[in-house]
Design a protein around this ligand. Structure first.
Ligand code: ATP
Length: 364
């Protein structure tokens, strides 16, 4: 069913509103089940400010709590403790229709018996808008997502990507301050998904609406977001730009969840650098020396190992190397390598520039 909501009273706008975040969560906690019996802390003390006009993604593995945070913001769930502010107003106990937010669900939740234009106009009808005006606005919204010419069709007469756009048009037509998107591209194939990622981002930019986007797909989050919040076990493990999250993960969880990481343990770190923390090296920062002779210059480190497998990924090849005095690592090699297993078992050296090592503070 539609999650359309009506505008909340008294929201801040204009210059004075710039410093007020679109969404502010403080110590937000949500438990399900009975205390001491089957209690699950789905959300555990989350503090988060999402800026006005920001594309913010909540990223994390299944069960990490991101959908529950979205449902708490929408008002479909009420917090166990903590607060939710929408443009400076506490909405923690308010019903969904009293919050100026709208949701796009993964299954789109379109009305199958209604035409596209009626589907999109539905939220305006609920708000009591006259027939002519709501039709005009619905057509406008469908044109914005390039579906104007299909407005008389029913949802079943569309492709998955087109249905997704109808759901988007329907959510946007009521001009919410914040749009919540719960894995809206999850049902699409890769190509369409990538195309919709670009369209969604462009739409968000042109409308200037705050988007909060839930996904477990790290590439999607890195591509689209101004900032990303990475969830683990109901807590926010890190908040930052795509660049910060990828290049400077603050812990082993984020380093492993976002992109491929080669994690070096404290024992290796102590031996190589006399430093007792874990560190991470991204596959593209490592170099394979096929003749087994590693880098010897200052500021670089090499370890010897043996190739265990090669995986061709189109633009590059992932070469797996079991290091003698270190972990098994993945190296991204972008030049052409012979096909097949000819290189498996080869003794090589793997090197990196020391400044590319990302030290993880939580293991210090
Ligand atoms: P996914 O990507 O699979 O949707 P998620 O990160 O969005 O996962 P949530 O759906 O927020 O995770 O769930 C967080 C935890 O809360 C999970 O352990 C889940 O089983 C539990 N949970 C969520 N909703 C309920 C509910 N209504 N009753 C009981 N437990 C729930």
């Amino acid at each position: 069913m539609s999650a359309s909501t009506s505008p909340a009273a008294g929201s801040t706008a204009g210059d004075a509103g710039q410093a007020v975040p679109a969404i502010r969560l403080r110590n937000l906690t949500k438990s399900f089940g009975a205390k001491g019996f089957n209690e699950t802390k789905a959300v555990d003390g989350v503090d988060l400010d999402i800026r006005q006009g920001e594309f913010f993604s909540m990223l994390g593995p299944s069960g990490s709590g991101k959908t529950t945070v979205l449902r708490l913001i929408a008002g479909f769930e009420l917090p166990t403790s903590g607060t939710i502010e929408l443009e400076g107003h506490d909405v923690s106990g308010k019903a969904p229709f009293q919050r100026d937010v709208n949701t796009v669900f993964q299954d789109y939740a379109l009305f199958p018996h209604m035409s596209l234009v009626d589907n999109v106009a539905y939220g305006l009808r609920v708000r009591g808008m006259g027939k002519a005006e709501r039709r005009e606005r619905a057509v406008e919204a469908l044109e914005r997502v390039q579906l104007g010419k299909f407005m008389a069709r029913r949802p079943a007469q569309l492709s998955g990507g087109q249905r997704q756009r109808v759901a988007l048009a329907r959510a946007l037509v009521v001009e919410p301050k914040v749009l919540l998107l719960d894995e809206p591209l999850g049902a699409l194939d890769l190509k369409l998904r990538q195309q919709m990622q670009i369209e969604l981002k462009e739409l968000q930019r042109s409308l200037g609406i705050t988007f909060i986007f839930v996904t477990h797909d790290q590439e999607e989050a890195l591509t689209m977001s101004d900032r990303i919040g990475v969830f683990n076990n109901g807590k926010l493990a890190q908040i930052g730009t795509a660049h910060e999250i990828y290049q400077r993960p603050t812990g082993a969880f984020v380093a492993n969840f976002v992109g491929t990481s080669n994690l070096f343990g404290q024992d290796v770190a102590t031996r190589l650098y006399n430093r007792g923390s874990q560190f991470v090296l991204r596959p593209e920062r490592l170099t394979v020396h096929w003749e087994g002779q590693g880098a010897t210059h200052d500021g670089a480190t090499s370890l010897r190992g043996a190739v265990t497998s090669l995986v061709y990924v189109g633009h590059a090849t992932q070469v797996r190397v079991a290091l003698e005095d270190g972990p098994a690592v993945v190296v991204l090699v972008d030049n052409d390598l012979p096909e097949g297993d000819a290189l498996v078992g080869r003794n090589v050296a793997v090197s990196w520039a020391d400044h590319d090592a990302v030290w993880l503070p939580d293991a210090a």
